[in-house]
Design a binder for this molecule. Structure first.
Ligand code: GTP
Length: 377
């Protein structure tokens, strides 16, 4: 394992335009030293479709029930998702009743600098108007900026039966793409997700959107593949701890149940660290993470399930955690897994250090990772 990671060539480009939160070690604030372009995600859709609720549940840990009486948003709300989070980007919540292509708005600025546009459709409502608005929005935005990733959240599916969900998705997909073909926009690609704030589907969908904006994804996936295949692990996720967005996973398919289990494990570990950690602090989760010792690079947890499966969490940096699912038999070789994890973490750090040392690399200088020696196995 160590050889494979050490020999790996990171043959991808590292555009300096995707910022990450505080240093990979959680020390220092890179925000002041790196260029300030933050990927921008626009949340659009008709009124009451659920845009503000999505933002509150995913990024502010608001419980779904608390969104029931959210007031309508009347003006554009811009938010930097930087708080203690590894992934740094901006989310703009655009109220549904306004036309952003009107001359009153600077549409070039709104859509020209946009990286992903999430269009939220309320699946519990008649979606005829939403489809018309979707077509109007994406076709105009595409003309301004053809690089935008267009994502459609078929939202509030908690109220639909399984059959109804599939039918709605098929119907919306068909009608939306037909409209684009009729308008001669075959190259405009829409991705569809079934979402609800009442389960983990909204986190999963947001994870997939964010992953499209991380240029290092192929390398991270590759590192995870090498790690799991050499450690007898079945599935591994690399999580941004605060948002519970997974920023990468190995190349095997993701099943919702495994993802949910891993999210729950992060909650359990956070709670226990907060209560029994060196500097126990009982404030709201993002605040807790600011405390140096509540959840740090030494955090590690093992949960044995009654079906012969083990869940293993290791902290990669203060903001990133690796959560793995494996069989109890494979966990007998924990020493090997720990060693491989050490190599994996070293690889991850090198990937993200490259963004800082881009210049050094082009000058042919060596990277120093300052990681010390691997643990003894
Ligand atoms: N059942 C269900 N209700 C949801 C879901 N997401 C949001 N809602 C509800 O939908 C209602 C409207 O949500 P908002 O987040 O205010 O909608 P919005 O799109 O921001 O609305 P505007 O600010 O008017 O543009 C609230 O009562 C939410 O509780 C969901 O996944 N399932």
């Amino acid at each position: 394992m160590s050889h494979e990671v050490d020999d790996m060539k990171y043959g991808i480009s590292f555009p300096g335009d995707f910022n990450y939160g505080p240093d990979i070690d959680g020390e220092g604030d890179t925000a002041s030293t790196l260029p300030q372009h933050k990927p921008r995600i626009l949340l659009m859709g008709l009124r009451r479709s659920g845009k503000s609720s999505i933002q509150k549940v995913v990024f502010h840990k608001v419980s779904p029930n608390e969104t029931l009486f959210l007031e309508s948003t009347n003006k554009m709300v811009k938010e930097d998702v930087t708080n203690c989070s590894f992934v740094v980007f901006q989310v703009w919540d655009l109220p549904g009743h306004l036309d952003y292509f009107d001359s009153a708005f600077d549409s070039e600025h709104i859509f020209g600098g946009c990286d992903a546009l999430i269009f939220v459709i309320d699946s519990q409502d008649d979606y005829q108007d939403a489809l018309a608005k979707l077509h109007f929005t994406v076709s105009r935005a595409y003309k301004i900026n053809a690089n935008i990733k267009f994502e459609v959240f078929i939202h509030k599916v908690d109220g639909l039966s399984d059959d109804h969900k599939i039918d709605s998705q098929r119907d919306i997909h068909q009608r939306a793409t037909d409209d684009l073909v009729d308008a001669g926009l075959e190259n405009l690609h829409l991705s569809f997700y079934l979402t609800s704030i009442y389960d983990h589907s909204i986190f999963e969908a947001f994870s997939k959107v964010v992953q499209k904006l991380i240029p290092q994804i192929p390398t991270l996936e590759n590192l995870l593949d090498i790690f799991i295949s050499n450690s007898g692990i079945e599935k591994a996720f690399l999580f941004d701890v605060v948002s519970k967005i997974y920023i990468a996973t190995d190349s095997s398919p993701v099943d919702m149940q495994s993802y949910e289990l891993c999210c729950d494990m992060i909650d359990v570990v956070l709670d226990i660290s907060t209560i029994y950690g060196d500097d126990a602090d009982f404030s709201f989760p993002p605040e807790r993470l600011k405390e140096e010792n509540a959840f740090n690079t030494d955090s590690c947890a093992v949960i044995k399930l009654n079906n012969g499966t083990v869940m293993y969490l290791r902290q990669v940096t203060k903001y990133l955690a690796l959560v793995c699912i494996l069989r109890e038999d494979s966990f007998k070789r924990q020493g090997l897994i720990d060693y491989n994890f050490w190599c994996f973490r070293k690889g991850i750090k090198e990937v993200f250090e490259l963004r800082k040392t881009n210049k050094q690399l082009t000058n042919g200088e060596n990277l120093e990772n300052g990681m010390g020696e691997p643990p003894q196995v």
